[in-house]
Design a protein around this ligand. Structure first.
Ligand SMILES: Nc1nc2c([nH]c(=O)n2[C@H]2C[C@H](O)[C@@H](COP(=O)(O)OP(=O)(O)OP(=O)(O)O)O2)c(=O)[nH]1
Length: 165
């Protein structure tokens, strides 16, 4: 049996808003939004991995607050575990330095305005529940159009405007 590899995801919170990051690579993930983070290295704790990844990817100094319940299956052998995180006093503002080409701070009302990676949707729903104290399900996916064969527009694709980095 293959060992699971933990990918740590950060629900970075500031002023009641959640930071979303748009991936720039690899090509199959580029343009979709995720929680910043990455793979835990051998011998590293998940919390240290989170702080390291946030420094590398966003240039921020951060501290882990608490684990968000759940473990979310990614492409095998990876699983995503999520923690809430806050920026330390004196930290730089996040910048899309590595792996991302845009960042957005999302309010509770805006959380489904970005096109999250499919596998992140349940994790983000849990973050929304934990952070904003409400169940905030994503909008339903459209029924596929069969007549013309044209793919329907994705209601979660609304990346225009408000992006930083
Ligand atoms: N960081 C992060 N990765 C995610 C999320 N959802 C998701 O499917 N992934 C995938 C993308 C990648 O295949 C894998 C994490 O890889 P990564 O490229 O972010 O990790 P890393 O920074 O350690 O990268 P590397 O050293 O292997 O280049 O998990 C998410 O919300 N955050």
């Amino acid at each position: 049996m293959t060992e699971l590899i933990v990918v740590v995801g950060a629900a970075v919170l500031s002023g009641g808003r959640l930071l979303a990051a748009r991936r720039s690579a690899p090509v199959e993930l580029a343009g979709r939004w995720e929680l910043p983070g990455g793979k835990v290295e051998p011998g590293e704790s998940p919390e240290r991995a989170l702080v390291r990844e946030l420094r590398e990817e966003l240039g921020v100094s951060a501290e882990v607050v608490r684990r968000v319940p759940g473990e979310y299956a990614l492409r095998a052998p990876y699983v995503l575990r999520v923690w809430t995180v806050r920026l330390l006093a004196g930290s730089s503002e996040p910048l899309a330095l590595q792996d991302h080409d845009a960042l957005r701070w999302l309010t509770a009302d805006e959380v489904w305005d970005v096109d999250w990676l499919d596998q992140d949707v349940p994790a983000v729903a849990e973050v929304a529940r934990v952070v904003w104290g409400e169940f905030s399900p994503p909008p339903p996916l459209p029924v596929p159009v069969t007549e013309s064969g044209a793919p329907p527009p994705n209601p979660r694709s609304s990346n225009a405007g408000g992006a930083i980095g």
